[in-house]
Design a protein around this ligand. Structure first.
Ligand code: ADP
Ligand code: MG
Length: 404
C-alpha cells in the first residue's frame, strides 16, 4: 500500500446467480484525488461502487479504509465510515425546502429545530459551494440539474472522506457541469476523495487525477492524468484500437432505393463520416462511448450543431434544428426519453399529439376530441398497452414510453 491510500480494494469478487460481475478487482483510491472510473456497460462499475457503499456485500476480497479492514454491511454503515455516493437519480424530499433537504439529519440546535437556523446554515453551505439557489424553494420544484447540485450540497455537510459520483453530468448543461467541477475542486481542497464515473472522456481528462478502466469485471489499467487519451482508454476498454464504423446490409425489408445519404457529417466530437441508408433498412452504429457515435443521431435530429450534407430521397434537406429535421421527415428518439422526449405530467394523448399540434388546431383552439382520436389511432397502430391515452406518461412503464 502506498502511504496515502484512503481506500484499498483487494481482490474483490462479486457473483450474482451465475454471473461474475467482479472477478478480482484490486484498486486504490488515494486521499484527495479525483479518480475516474471507466468501462463499457456491464464492466462492473456500478457493482464495485455498490460494494463500496454497502449496497452489496462482496463474495470475496477485502476493503481497507485508512489501512484497516472494514466490513460495510449496509448503506448507513458506509455513511458512518464516511463513504457517500450520489447516484444518477438524485433523491430529495420533494415536499421539503432546499434548505431542509441540505440539513436533513444534521439540523443545528439541540432542542427543537429552528426553521430559520436551518436555512441560515444551508445558505452558507450553498454559498461556500458557489451555488446561487433560493433555499426556501421546494425541492419538488427544482429542475433535474438543480436537484443534482442540491444532492451534492447534502453531502457537503456530512464530512465525507470519499464521495462517489455516478455519471453526474448526464443531465447537466455545459454551464451546470462547470459549476459541478467547481464543487468537485472544493471537495478536493478539503482532502475528500472523489470517485467519478463518466462516459465522457473529456470530463475525465479535465478533472480526474487518475482513471481506472474496468473490463469484464477486471481492472484493465489505471492511467495517470496525462495518459488518459482516447486511444489508450479505448484500447483498455474494448481490447482493440478504435472500432470501425461498419455497415451490414441484408434484410428482407430493405428496398433497392437509397433513402438517406449523409456526406461529411461532422460535429465537435465527430470526424466527418459518410454513409447511406436504403428504404426499410435498419442501420446499427457502434463504437466506444464518447467516441462520437452519439452525435450522429443527434446531428440528424437537429439537436447537435454539425456540418455536412444530408439528402433524403435524393433531395438535400436541412436538419439544422429539431423543427427543420421534423419537417424534413427525420424523427429523433433520444437516449433519455423520459427527460428529453416526454412531458411526464401530461397525458399520453397530449404527448403523442405534440408534434402534430399545428394540424389539430382550429381557430387557435386545440379541442380534446381530435387529440383523443389521433392518440387512440397511434396507440392502436403501435399496440401500446395499457391502451388508455388519458393516463399521465410518468405512470407508464419505461419500455412503453419509447413507442411514441
Ligand atoms: P456497469 O455499471 O459497469 O455497467 P454493472 O456493475 O452494472 O456494470 O454490471 C456488471 C455485470 O453484473 C453485468 O453483467 C450485469 O448484468 C451483472 N449484474 C449487475 N447487477 C446485477 C444483479 N443485481 N443481479 C444479477 N446480475 C447483475
Ligand atoms: Mg452502471
Amino acid at each position: 500500500m502506498t502511504g496515502n491510500a484512503l481506500v484499498e480494494l483487494q481482490d474483490l469478487e462479486k457473483e450474482f446467480a451465475g454471473t461474475k460481475a467482479l472477478k478480482g478487482v484490486s484498486l486504490e483510491f488515494l486521499r484527495g484525488e479525483v479518480h475516474g472510473l471507466l468501462g463499457e456497460n456491464g464492466a462492473g462499475k456500478s457493482t464495485l461502487i455498490k460494494i463500496l457503499t454497502g449496497v452489496y456485500s462482496p463474495s470475496a476480497g477485502e476493503i481497507l479504509l485508512e489501512g484497516k479492514p472494514v466490513r460495510i454491511s449496509n448503506p448507513p454503515e458506509a455513511h458512518k465510515l464516511g463513504l457517500g455516493a450520489v447516484y444518477q437519480d438524485a433523491e430529495l424530499f420533494s415536499g421539503f425546502t432546499v434548505g431542509q433537504n441540505i440539513l436533513l439529519g444534521n439540523e443545528p440546535g439541540r432542542i427543537g429545530i429552528s426553521y430559520r437556523a436551518i436555512h441560515r446554515e444551508a445558505a452558507e453551505i450553498l454559498d461556500s459551494m458557489g451555488l446561487d439557489l433560493d433555499i426556501y424553494r421546494l425541492a419538488g420544484d427544482l429542475s433535474a440539474a438543480e436537484m443534482q447540485l442540491v444532492t451534492l450540497a447534502t453531502l457537503f455537510h456530512r464530512r465525507y472522506k470519499l464521495i462517489v459520483l455516478d455519471e453526474p453530468t448526464a443531465r447537466l448543461s455545459a454551464a451546470e457541469s462547470e459549476v459541478l467541477f467547481g464543487i468537485i475542486e472544493g471537495f478536493k481542497k478539503q482532502g475528500i476523495t472523489i470517485v467519478y464515473i463518466s462516459h465522457r472522456l473529456r470530463e475525465v481528462q479535465e478533472i480526474c487525477d487518475r482513471a481506472t478502466i474496468l473490463r469484464g469485471g477486471l481492472v484493465s489499467g489505471t492511467l495517470n492524468r496525462g495518459e488518459v487519451t482516447e486511444d489508450r482508454v479505448t484500447e483498455l476498454m474494448v481490447d482493440r484500437n478504435r472500432s470501425q464504423l461498419a455497415t451490414y446490409n441484408e434484410g428482407e425489408n430493405v428496398r433497392d432505393e437509397v433513402l438517406l445519404e449523409v456526406e461529411g457529417l461532422s460535429t465537435a466530437n465527430l470526424a466527418p463520416i459518410n454513409f447511406q441508408i436504403s428504404a426499410g433498412e435498419v442501420l446499427g452504429i457502434t463504437g466506444p462511448v464518447g467516441g462520437g457515435m452519439e452525435d450522429i443521431a443527434r446531428a440528424l435530429g437537429g439537436v447537435t450543431r454539425h456540418s455536412g450534407s444530408v439528402k433524403l430521397g435524393g433531395r438535400p434537406v436541412s436538419v439544422n434544428t429539431p423543427i427543420a429535421a421534423r419537417r424534413s421527415g427525420v424523427a429523433l428518439i433520444p437516449e433519455d426519453r423520459r427527460k428529453q422526449a416526454l412531458f411526464p405530467s401530461l397525458s399520453v394523448a397530449e404527448n403523442v399529439c405534440l408534434p402534430v399540434l399545428g394540424s389539430l388546431q382550429r381557430l387557435l383552439m386545440i379541442r380534446p376530441g381530435p387529440v383523443k382520436s389521433y392518440a387512440d389511432g397511434v396507440m392502436e397502430r403501435l399496440a401500446v398497452r395499457p391502451r388508455d391515452a388519458s393516463i399521465q406518461v410518468r405512470f407508464f412503464p419505461a419500455a412503453t414510453s419509447r413507442r411514441w
